[in-house]
Design a binder for this molecule. Structure first.
Ligand code: PLP
Ligand code: COI
Length: 341
């Protein structure tokens, strides 16, 4: 299989059209067979529910080339489960887990030429999504849906890759206390577009969102969960009903405990205690683990002892173990790696 002529180590996190995408349609209460298609364009009615009332959710995972030349993806079953949860909250139909995993494998295989080579630093990002497609004008869910998956080769989410970033505390909230923060609804990301542009305009890479009820606790960023390391090497991660249950974060909690022998705690994390942590990182499929060196807020800034030059030592161990598992250098826990080829 000849790979595409792409400068893999130079690509950022952007969209590159690949050859094939997967599409399945839901009509009259049932999903059709689904198929791989060439057309990247979607034609829909002007009054489609997704266009009027944002009835859409998505997932994100990656395919990796392993050290021994296989193509694999990481815990796609958990993306399938999370999409079922997102769909339930948005009154959308469930896309069956076995079909989801099968479709992911098919679409990656069909775009094998775009799966970045081992060691290039790039991966193939996989974006499953679903939306209500028939015309709806009164506020109600659609009756017809499309489920699709496209892929795109990507490099690091933040410029500079493993270099620590500076983030700011947003004045806006990304989710309501009993809203949709815990699911991967497109509407959450629409909410975050103005705050992220404000952050960028002010020179910050990302926003930290606080809990919308009291604004005293740490939630997450627009696209990743937080991990903090205490001065005693304990891994602490925020617990909240309004953050996305990150698959990377859940995996890292296992990695920290079982592979690195660290104490791991998921609990409410108060903004006021951040100054006492030794390291901070953002974790997610796109972010992998991005170290945070500094947090700026209205009344001051927090500079983590790990500094602005390099990842902190524990963050680095977590990063190396997780990516080692994903790229086949370290044995994975049972069921974490789905071999595609
Ligand atoms: N939080 C938000 C808001 C996200 O968009 C993502 C990305 O998917 C994550 C966290 C990380 O989740 P995961 O590790 O499952 O990619
Ligand atoms: C992912 O990590 O897959 C996401 O969906 C985050 C997004 C901000 C790119």
């Amino acid at each position: 299989m000849e790979k595409k002529d792409i400068n893999w180590s130079e690509i950022g996190f952007g969209y590159v059209k690949t050859d094939k995408r997967y599409v399945a349609n839901f009509k009259d209460g049932a999903w059709d067979e689904g198929a791989l298609i060439d057309d990247d364009m979607i034609l829909m009615n002007e009054c489609a529910c997704v266009l009027q009332y944002a009835q859409t959710c998505f997932e994100g995972l990656k395919a990796y080339t392993t050290e021994d030349g296989h193509i694999v993806c990481f815990r796609p079953d958990l993306n399938a489960d999370r999409m079922v949860d997102s769909c339930a909250r948005l009154e959308m139909p469930k896309f069956p887990k076995d079909k989801f995993v099968e479709a992911v494998k098919q679409v990656v295989l069909a775009n094998e030429a775009y799966v970045p080579p081992y060691g290039s630093g790039a991966t193939l990002y996989i974006r499953p999504y679903m939306f209500g497609i028939n015309p709806v004008i009164g506020v109600k869910p659609a009756d017809e849906y499309q489920f699709r998956i496209f892929t795109t080769p990507v490099g690091p989410y933040f410029k500079g890759g493993a270099k620590p970033i500076t983030i700011t505390v947003s004045d806006f909230d990304r989710a309501a206390p009993r809203g949709t923060g815990h699911i991967k609804a497109g509407l959450n990301y629409a909410m975050s577009l103005h705050p992220i542009m404000e952050a960028h305009r002010n020179g910050f890479a990302e926003n930290m969102y606080l809990d919308p009820a009291t604004r005293s606790k740490v939630e997450e960023t627009g696209g990743a969960n937080f991990l903090f390391i205490t001065k005693d090497n304990e891994v602490v991660t925020p617990k909240s009903d309004s953050i996305l249950p990150s698959i990377t974060r859940r995996s890292l909690m296992v990695v920290a405990e079982k592979y690195l022998g660290l104490k791991v705690t998921q609990r409410e994390v108060y903004f006021d205690e951040l100054k006492d942590f030794a390291e901070c990182g953002l974790c997610g499929t796109a972010a992998v683990i991005s170290p945070v060196g500094k947090i700026c807020y209205k009344d001051g800034e927090i500079n983590f002892p790990s500094g602005m030059d390099e990842m902190g030592p524990i963050t680095k161990k977590l990063y190396e173990t997780l990516t080692g598992i994903q790229m086949g250098r370290i044995e994975a826990p049972e069921g974490w790696i789905e071999v595609i080829k």
